[in-house]
Structure formats: C-alpha cells, structure tokens
Design a binder for this molecule. Structure first.
Ligand code: HEM
Ligand code: NAG
Ligand code: NAG
Length: 316
C-alpha cells in the first residue's frame, strides 16, 4: 500500500499531475478504499451473463469503444441529452452498442459499498475482463485508477473506431494511433470469438468479397438478404458462446464474418500470427490478455483529472 499512497500524494500536487499521474494505473488502487470491488463486479457479471451470455461480448466491445475514443474514460457510457451529444449515437455504436444496464447495476452496487470512490471507467475494465473469463477465456489482473471523463466526442467515435469495411493497412494504422501494434490488433480482434454482428455490417462481404468460403457465404446469405433485414444477427464465430481460438481457425478457412476479420488472413503481414493462434489457443489467450491490459492503458484520466461519476450515464 505504500506505493499507492505515494502515488496519491504525487497526484494531488497539480504541477506534477500531468507528468506523474498519466497512465499510472495500479492493480491495488482500491485495495483499501473498496476492498470488495472485484467481488461485486464478478458477482454482477456472473448474474448478467448467466441470464444472457451475449452480454459478455457486448461489454467487452463497450470497453474497446470506450478506450479508442479519448482513452478509457467511461465516455461511451454518457447518455445524449438535449444539451449534450455523447458517443452512443455515433455510427459504430448506434443500434449496436449494448450492455449499459449491466454497468448501471454494477455501479449501483459499488456505490452502496463504497460511495463516490470507484470510476465507471474502472468498472467497465473489470466487467470486460470478467465477461471474458465467464465465457471460458483467459484472466488477467486489471490495472485500476482511471477516472471518468466530463466530456465525450461523437466525432472522435465516428473517426477513431475502425469500420468493418477497413483494409488491413487501415486497421494497423488505426490501432497504431492508439499505441497498439499490428500483433496487438490481431490478438484483440480475437474478441470476435464471442458475440454477434448485424447483417448490415457483413452484407457487402457475403455478397461481394471473393476471399470467402462458398458454403459459408451461402449459409450467411440465407439470413442476410441483399437488401432488407439489416438488423438480423449472425454469430461472429461458429462457437460464439465460448471464448476460444476458433475465430482464427475460421479465418484460415476463409470463414471470417466481417470483411475486416478476413483482412487479417488474406495474404498479408498477419497471416502467420493468425495461423499460430489457430493452432495454439494458449498463445492466443496469453497475447489477448496482454493486449487487453495495453488497450486498457490508453490515455486514462488519473490523479485530479476527470471525476468519479455518481451515475455512469451523466456527468456529475
Ligand atoms: C479490429 C477492428 C474491429 C472492427 C472493424 C470491429 C467491428 C465490429 C462490428 C462491425 C461488430 C458488429 C456490431 C453490430 O453489428 O452491432 C463487432 C462486434 C463485436 N466486437 Fe468488434 N471490431 C473490431 C475490434 C474489436 C475488438 C478489439 C474487440 C474487443 C477486444 C471487439 C469486440 C467485439 C465483440 C465482443 C462484438 C460482439 C458484440 C455483441 O454481440 O454485442 N471488436 N465488431
Ligand atoms: C455519497 O457521496 C456523495 C459525494 O461525496 C455525497 O454527496 C452523498 O451524500 C453520499 N451518499 C451516501 C449515501 O453516503
Ligand atoms: C456489391 O458491390 C457493388 C459495387 O460496389 C455495390 O453497388 C453493391 O451494393 C454491393 N452489394 C451488396 C449486397 O452489398
């Protein structure tokens, strides 16, 4: 705990805040201020995911979309109001981002146990990890101490979250802009081992792409017509209830659902890593966990920056 106190002391000195407090997350940040935090989050996630397995996927994606827009600062959780435009209606999120009620439930329980102490951004980081674990994926220690943004950016959400039409070069450069390597990008894309996508996000792929397994395309076309049915869901992975390495096996078989998925195995720089992950689930699990920690470190607000939101949907 000595190091935590030292950290807090440094961070209350405004002059030092920017230089010392940025990205100084710590696994024990709430050890004395909210000792039951991890149990509360895990229990709530267990209940939510037992009731609806997809919620593990939905919350993992919320964390990705939070971190890619001005850092992991809970900005995606803010509701739009008459006077505030947040990120929920940005193109990558509208009619798509989901799971917010689970975060609300967790926040309510955390506030009851440790009032005004734990940020929504940290709750999301823990919940994303727990969802992965609950679907059979790897576990990792989540560095904590993020604070919540008082702002959000719809335009940054539109421009900085990659589209499923992206080329490999675009994916690599958009992750690189966040300090993540091409290998991190390929490992993190394995998040698509769970969850669903809407027809509108993969229609062009199943009708127009040529690097696609013919029988897979036929199957997917049956429930995603060339026009209409935009919201019809398909699993991102044939074993979407399990967090496994089957996503990569699919890619090698040219059965990636999104155009962007198949870009990882289309004769380019990530082919070898995709092959490795397709035959070595433990390597994927290890790399995914490490890359999640890295993604969780994108520009956190720390020290005296931001706030501890009372309600994850509204700035205090
Ligand atoms: C590499 C660039 C990525 C692109 C282009 C991309 C794109 C997409 C798209 C289009 C969907 C379907 C959304 C819908 O139809 O509503 C989706 C779903 C999903 N994405 Fe990604 N994604 C990427 C990276 C990631 C990363 C890094 C993660 C997490 C580590 C992730 C986790 C998920 C999950 C879990 C779902 C399913 C959500 C649910 O079922 O509610 N994605 N993604
Ligand atoms: C929680 O903390 C806030 C801010 O410090 C305070 O205004 C509020 O009264 C507290 N609520 C409870 C139930 O202790
Ligand atoms: C296939 O590509 C063409 C040419 O870009 C486009 O006009 C058409 O809408 C695409 N078809 C589907 C089903 O997306």
């Amino acid at each position: 705990m000595g190091s935590t106190k030292f950290f807090v002391t440094l961070c209350v000195v405004p002059l030092l805040a920017s230089s010392f407090c940025s990205a100084q997350l710590s696994a024990t940040f709430y050890a004395s201020t909210c000792p039951n935090l991890q149990t509360i989050v895990r229990n709530a996630m267990t209940g939510a995911v037992n009731g609806q397995p997809r919620l593990a996927a939905s919350i993992l994606r919320l964390f990705f979309h939070d971190c890619f827009v001005n850092g992991c600062d809970g900005s995606i959780l803010l509701d739009d109001t008459a006077t505030f435009t947040g990120e929920k209606n940005a193109n990558p999120n509208r009619n798509s981002a989901r799971g917010f009620e689970v975060i609300d439930t967790i926040k309510t329980r955390v506030e009851a146990a440790c009032n005004a102490t734990v940020s929504c951004a940290d709750i999301l980081a823990l919940a994303a990890r727990d969802g992965v674990v609950l679907r059979g994926g790897p576990s990792w220690t989540v560095p904590l101490g993020r604070r919540d943004a008082r702002t959000a950016s719809q335009s940054a959400a539109n421009s900085q979250i990659p589209s499923p039409a992206s080329s490999l070069a675009t994916l690599i450069s958009m992750f690189s802009a966040k300090g993540l390597s091409a290998g991190d990008m390929t490992a993190l894309s394995g998040g698509h081992t769970i969850g669903f996508a809407r027809c509108t996000t993969f229609r062009n792929r199943i009708y127009n792409d040529t690097n696609i397994d013919a029988s897979f395309a036929t199957t997917r076309r049956a429930s995603c017509p060339a026009s209409g049915g935009d919201a019809t869901l398909a699993p991102l992975d044939g074993t979407q209830t399990r967090f496994d390495n089957n996503y990569y096996t699919n890619l090698v078989a040219r059965r990636g659902l999104l155009h962007s998925d198949q870009e990882l195995f289309n004769g380019g720089s990530q082919d070898a890593l995709v092959r490795t992950y397709s035959t070595n689930g433990a390597t994927f699990a290890r790399d995914f966990a490490a890359a999640m920690v890295k993604m969780g470190n994108i520009s956190p607000l720390t020290g005296r920056n931001g706030e501890i939101r009372r309600n994850c949907r509204v700035v205090n």
